[in-house]
Write a protein that binds this ligand. Structure first.
Ligand SMILES: [Zn+2]
Length: 93
Protein backbone atom coordinates (compact mmCIF):
# COMPACT_ATOMS: atom_id res chain seq x y z
CA UNK A 1 0.00 0.00 0.00
CA UNK A 2 1.38 3.33 -1.08
CA UNK A 3 1.32 6.11 1.44
CA UNK A 4 -0.36 9.26 0.16
CA UNK A 5 1.13 12.52 1.23
CA UNK A 6 -0.76 15.75 0.86
CA UNK A 7 0.14 19.38 1.28
CA UNK A 8 -0.37 20.47 4.86
CA UNK A 9 -1.78 23.75 3.66
CA UNK A 10 -3.93 23.04 0.59
CA UNK A 11 -4.34 19.21 0.66
CA UNK A 12 -2.85 18.88 -2.80
CA UNK A 13 -1.24 15.45 -3.20
CA UNK A 14 2.56 15.45 -3.25
CA UNK A 15 4.95 12.79 -4.54
CA UNK A 16 6.13 11.22 -1.30
CA UNK A 17 9.48 9.66 -2.34
CA UNK A 18 11.74 12.59 -1.57
CA UNK A 19 9.83 14.07 1.33
CA UNK A 20 11.25 14.30 4.83
CA UNK A 21 9.34 12.56 7.60
CA UNK A 22 7.89 14.17 10.69
CA UNK A 23 7.61 17.63 9.21
CA UNK A 24 4.75 19.74 8.01
CA UNK A 25 4.93 19.28 4.30
CA UNK A 26 3.62 21.86 1.89
CA UNK A 27 3.71 21.93 -1.89
CA UNK A 28 5.98 24.37 -3.73
CA UNK A 29 3.12 26.75 -4.31
CA UNK A 30 2.17 26.98 -0.63
CA UNK A 31 5.81 27.06 0.39
CA UNK A 32 6.47 30.27 -1.53
CA UNK A 33 3.15 31.69 -0.33
CA UNK A 34 4.13 31.02 3.24
CA UNK A 35 7.51 32.68 2.78
CA UNK A 36 5.90 35.80 1.40
CA UNK A 37 3.37 35.97 4.22
CA UNK A 38 6.07 35.38 6.81
CA UNK A 39 8.20 38.20 5.42
CA UNK A 40 5.17 40.46 5.26
CA UNK A 41 4.23 39.69 8.85
CA UNK A 42 7.78 40.19 10.12
CA UNK A 43 7.98 43.50 8.26
CA UNK A 44 4.73 44.57 9.90
CA UNK A 45 5.99 43.59 13.34
CA UNK A 46 9.25 45.42 12.74
CA UNK A 47 7.42 48.55 11.68
CA UNK A 48 5.25 48.39 14.80
CA UNK A 49 8.33 48.03 16.98
CA UNK A 50 10.09 50.88 15.19
CA UNK A 51 7.07 53.12 15.63
CA UNK A 52 6.94 52.44 19.37
CA UNK A 53 10.68 52.91 19.74
CA UNK A 54 10.58 56.15 17.77
CA UNK A 55 7.85 57.39 20.09
CA UNK A 56 9.88 56.51 23.18
CA UNK A 57 13.08 57.89 21.64
CA UNK A 58 11.47 61.30 21.39
CA UNK A 59 10.72 61.62 25.11
CA UNK A 60 12.71 64.40 26.74
CA UNK A 61 13.24 65.53 30.27
CA UNK A 62 14.10 69.00 31.47
CA UNK A 63 17.62 69.77 32.65
CA UNK A 64 17.43 71.87 35.78
CA UNK A 65 20.28 73.91 37.21
CA UNK A 66 19.60 75.59 40.53
CA UNK A 67 15.84 75.71 39.96
CA UNK A 68 16.17 77.00 36.39
CA UNK A 69 15.26 74.99 33.31
CA UNK A 70 18.34 75.14 31.10
CA UNK A 71 17.40 72.66 28.41
CA UNK A 72 16.13 69.24 27.51
CA UNK A 73 17.80 65.88 27.14
CA UNK A 74 16.75 62.39 26.16
CA UNK A 75 15.40 60.38 29.07
CA UNK A 76 17.09 57.13 30.05
CA UNK A 77 14.26 55.24 28.32
CA UNK A 78 14.69 57.39 25.24
CA UNK A 79 18.38 56.55 25.14
CA UNK A 80 17.56 52.83 25.22
CA UNK A 81 15.10 53.33 22.39
CA UNK A 82 17.60 55.39 20.36
CA UNK A 83 20.22 52.66 20.77
CA UNK A 84 17.68 49.99 19.79
CA UNK A 85 16.65 51.95 16.69
CA UNK A 86 20.27 52.32 15.69
CA UNK A 87 20.76 48.56 16.14
CA UNK A 88 17.78 47.59 13.94
CA UNK A 89 18.52 50.20 11.30
CA UNK A 90 16.02 52.88 12.28
CA UNK A 91 14.14 54.64 9.52
CA UNK A 92 15.10 54.33 5.89
CA UNK A 93 14.95 58.08 5.42
ZN1 LIG B 1 -0.19 23.40 -1.07
Amino acid sequence: MRKQTTCYSCDKPIEPEWLPEGEFIVCDECSSDTDEKTVEKLQEQLNTAKKALTEIASTRQGIWRGGTLVGYEATEDAQFAIDALAAIGGDDE
